[in-house]
Design a protein around this ligand. Structure first.
Ligand SMILES: [Zn+2]
Length: 383
């Protein structure tokens, strides 16, 4: 069993249970980083009995409403959860009316989202990993701003504001991609911040990054490239994960000619394992991007092959709309004027147009979809 120390990084004082479960302590460190509640920490130790394999969904949030609905789902099914903000989602969190020419809104919004989650998460009683999503070369000022916030928070509280950040230089040459990750990981590792990086390309379009025209072969990462990343980053610290392309596409489209091949992830593990002398069967922490719209079987194969985190955005966006859409359609007669509805010309409609009523319907359907994502990944009842 890993022993918790109360320092919120299990790596700092924990003893790894056995060499046959490599990476579990790192995963727990990732999970444990924002834990403040001893009860939850104790509950997390259950994860060290890791006979089952599971991954945790990372849900993109754009407002406190979305974040709360995600936390509610995690609480209901007693499981850890990853809450993440994209660069665009961060800007939205701060307010769409703000200028963002120097990433100032994205930086402020990311901080606001993190502080909001930190303020309410203890009441939900679940471990939360706070993460930031794709950061391409041109968005590095956003990354810098978040890191500065991490460093400032660390000075005051002894832990970073965020649990982890993603760098996505996958559009750049491999050498530049790895060198940039190395540069930032050196700054993050002493604070205990996890790094997620991407090599290979996720297709589709998300948040203004349009990879819909990319050649299909580039959507499948090669094991040699992953090994190069592992070699460079493991020299700095153990807390990193790799988003490898295995035919992933952001968004949900009609089935096309890009085939999701989660079985390839097993080949990456095999390759890395062999290079490491075969002591660890699955030495890589892998991340599944573009998970929306995947079949349960594809998800299962990905998890079996070492995926520890699966991003879900498109499907939860849709779910958030469904509740609101249905409410507006079903209550249409109550939403045409402030006074007057099918029950009478003088009947007030405040209890229908109050945002706490109709936004709440979206929160309910989103929360239900988050639970499905958790179930698909085996992330249920772990606390
Ligand atoms: Zn992604």
């Amino acid at each position: 069993m890993a022993k918790t120390c109360g320092h919120f990084y299990l790596n700092c004082c924990s003893t790894v249970e056995s060499a046959s479960t490599p990476g579990i302590s790192q995963l727990l460190g990732l999970l444990g980083i924002v834990l403040q509640d001893l009860h939850v920490v104790v509950g997390l130790n259950i994860l060290t009995n890791f006979s089952i394999q599971f991954a945790i969904p990372a849900i993109n949030v754009t407002s406190s409403s979305v974040a709360n609905a995600v936390l509610e789902a995690a609480r209901d099914i007693k499981s850890p959860i990853i809450i993440q903000v994209s660069q665009g989602g961060s800007a939205y969190f701060a307010g769409k009316g703000l200028a963002n020419d120097k990433q100032q809104a994205s930086i402020a919004g990311a901080k606001a989202a993190a502080l909001h989650v930190r303020a309410v998460a203890p009441l939900y009683g679940v471990p939360v990993v706070l993460h930031s999503d794709h950061c391409a070369e041109k968005l590095l000022p956003w990354f810098e701003g978040m890191l500065e916030a991490d460093e400032a928070y660390f000075k005051e509280h002894g832990e970073p504001l965020f649990s982890s950040h993603m760098l996505d230089l996958s559009e750049e040459p491999k050498e530049q991609n790895i060198a940039t990750c190395v540069k930032y990981f050196k700054r993050m590792a002493p604070l205990g911040i996890w790094l997620e990086m991407e090599i290979g390309i996720t297709g589709g379009e998300e948040d203004g990054v349009d990879n819909t025209g990319v050649d299909n072969s580039r959507l499948y990462t090669q094991p040699e490239d992953i090994w190069d990343v592992h070699t460079a980053l493991s020299a700095i610290g153990p807390n990193f994960s790799i988003a490898a392309g295995f035919g992933n596409v952001h968004g949900v489209y009609k089935p096309g000619n890009v085939k999701l091949q989660p079985g390839l992830l097993g080949k990456h593990q095999e390759y890395a394992s062999k290079k490491l002398g075969g002591k660890e069967e699955k030495p890589l922490f892998l991340v599944f991007h573009g998970g929306s719209g995947s079949s349960k079987e594809e998800i299962k194969t990905a998890v079996v092959n070492g995926v520890v985190k699966m991003n879900v955005d498109t499907d939860t966006q849709w779910a958030y709309l469904v509740g609101i859409r249905d409410f507006v359609q079903n209550k249409s007669g109550y939403l045409q004027s402030q006074v007057g509805n099918p029950e009478g010309a003088d009947k007030p409609n405040k209890k229908y147009y109050d945002p706490r009523i109709w936004v709440r319907e979206g929160e309910k359907t989103l929360s239900a979809r988050v639970k499905v994502a958790c179930e698909d990944l085996g992330n249920v009842g772990h606390l």
